[in-house]
Design a protein around this ligand. Structure first.
Ligand code: ATP
Ligand code: MG
Length: 413
């Protein structure tokens, strides 16, 4: 006998007893996003490595440490760690910039990141997200944030903290980076190696560091003062104020978190994160923001854009356990031909039905029916000779007799 092969660390089977929640998450995404005019897009699971290096940014953890990269025919390929880069590539490649704006897209599917697995953190996980192209006005930021909240509410999550921040434009960011560098320089030696390399390349990223020593430095009064100062220019300031006023109009509660910088290198202006109060340390369920330079950066015509992604495993962990729905009918019969025929007639009318393929004893078949179905449709010798079916309600044990010709329509009502 061979060794048992197990699923890879950080990957999980989604089993039949939990699939109901996944169907619900996917169905609600379709409903909520469609109702706001978003259309689904499905992009490939693997892409050229360069797409992520350029599209996510080479100062990010995703690109530096977390990518599943492999070679095939001398090409470097990567399993997508997120889907914004793929959607932007598809937007450019399929000439969507010629469509009338906005172009509103949503997606769902598996993503891959080589991370340390823990609760709420896997190596293969699923995201659902939206990307909206072509609108530079703050209405788009508010629309996308409100859509995220609408989706979370639709799946039954209401205890949420929406955090927003503005990173400003590259000009404002330069000013912030300069001040941050000056304030951090005396502590540089005490910081983690990642932050030391972020210091020159992208000091804002240090705000996102999860290493306790670095966090402590950031929490010092001196650093907090630098972070709290407003660096954003007048236009960026006005944009952010408008986003906030739309959120107020929409009755969406939010707080401003100046430490929020988000994972992509190409975010500008509005960034946001939604946390759930029911999750432990991995409590972020949604992250998003505006990325006006990404389409241009990936070779397309400059197009403003804003979007978000949510982690579906984390959403799932917040939902109540769902019961596996039983079958409507279980056909009890020791003649497989009759059983097959009735089961198929029921299924054709959309009534879930099954039967015992091994013709066990009637008592065994009834036992099985009581476990997996609401009704047993009994086709015994007696019933077959009279062209009837006994229908037994497995909950109440009440039994009635119906003509064989009418039994399917009796279930349809
Ligand atoms: P974190 O700070 O938790 O690592 P992130 O900033 O890397 O999150 P994003 O790239 O913004 O996450 O992805 C959006 C959402 O996807 C996150 O808010 C989270 O819910 C989910 N997510 C990210 N990485 C994982 C993972 N490894 N396993 C499960 N869900 C994840
Ligand atoms: Mg991460």
């Amino acid at each position: 006998m061979g060794n048992i092969i197990k699923a890879q660390k950080g990957t999980k089977d989604i089993l039949p007893n939990e699939i109901g929640s996944w169907h619900m998450l996917e169905q609600k995404a379709l409903e909520v996003f469609t109702s706001a005019g978003f259309k689904e897009i499905r992009t490939p699971i693997f892409e050229a490595t360069e797409l992520f290096a350029r599209g996510v940014g080479d100062t990010t953890d995703i690109v530096n440490k977390e990518m599943y990269t492999f070679e095939k025919s001398e090409r470097s390929l990567t399993l997508r760690p997120e889907n914004t880069a793929g959607v932007v590539r598809a937007f450019i490649e399929n000439g969507m910039s010629r469509l009338s704006m906005p172009v509103k897209l949503w997606y769902k599917g598996p993503m891959f990141r080589y991370e340390r697995p823990q609760a709420g953190r896997q190596r293969q996980f699923h995201q659902v997200g939206v990307e909206m192209f072509g609108i530079k006005e703050p209405t788009a930021d508010a629309e996308v944030i409100s859509l995220a909240v609408a989706y979370l509410n639709a799946i039954g999550l209401n205890d949420l903290d929406v955090e927003i921040n503005s990173l400003g434009c590259p000009k404002c960011r330069e000013e912030f980076s300069k001040n941050l560098r000056n304030a951090l320089r005396p502590y540089l030696e005490k910081m983690c190696p990642d932050c030391q390399s972020r210091f020159e390349k992208n000091p804002l990223r240090i705000l996102d560091c999860k290493v306790p020593e670095c966090k402590e430095i950031l929490e010092s009064e001196e650093l907090q003062n630098v972070i709290a100062k407003d660096y954003i220019c007048d236009e960026c300031h006005e944009h952010f104020e408008k986003v906030k006023s739309y959120l107020n109009v929409l009755n969406i509660k939010y707080s401003v978190n100046k430490l929020l910088v988000r994972g992509l290198d190409y975010y500008n202006r509005t960034v946001f994160e939604i946390k759930s109060n029911n999750l432990g340390s991995q409590n972020a369920v949604c992250g998003g923001g505006r990325y006006d330079s990404l389409v241009g950066h990936l070779g397309g015509q400059d197009t403003p854009a804003v979007g978000f992604a949510m982690g579906m495993e984390r959403l799932k962990s917040l939902l109540p356990e769902t019961e596996v729905k039983p079958l409507t009918a279980y056909v009890v019969c020791d003649n497989s031909e009759h059983a097959f025929k009735l089961v198929n007639e029921l299924r054709e009318k959309g009534i879930s039905a099954d039967f015992d393929m091994t013709c066990k004893k009637f008592t065994k078949q009834l036992e099985k029916a009581s476990k997996i179905a609401n009704f047993a449709c009994i086709l015994g010798e007696d019933e077959l000779s009279k062209n009837e079916v006994s229908v037994k309600n497995m909950l109440t044990s009440k039994q009635i007799t119906v003509s064989r010709d009418d039994v399917v329509s009796a279930f349809v009502q």
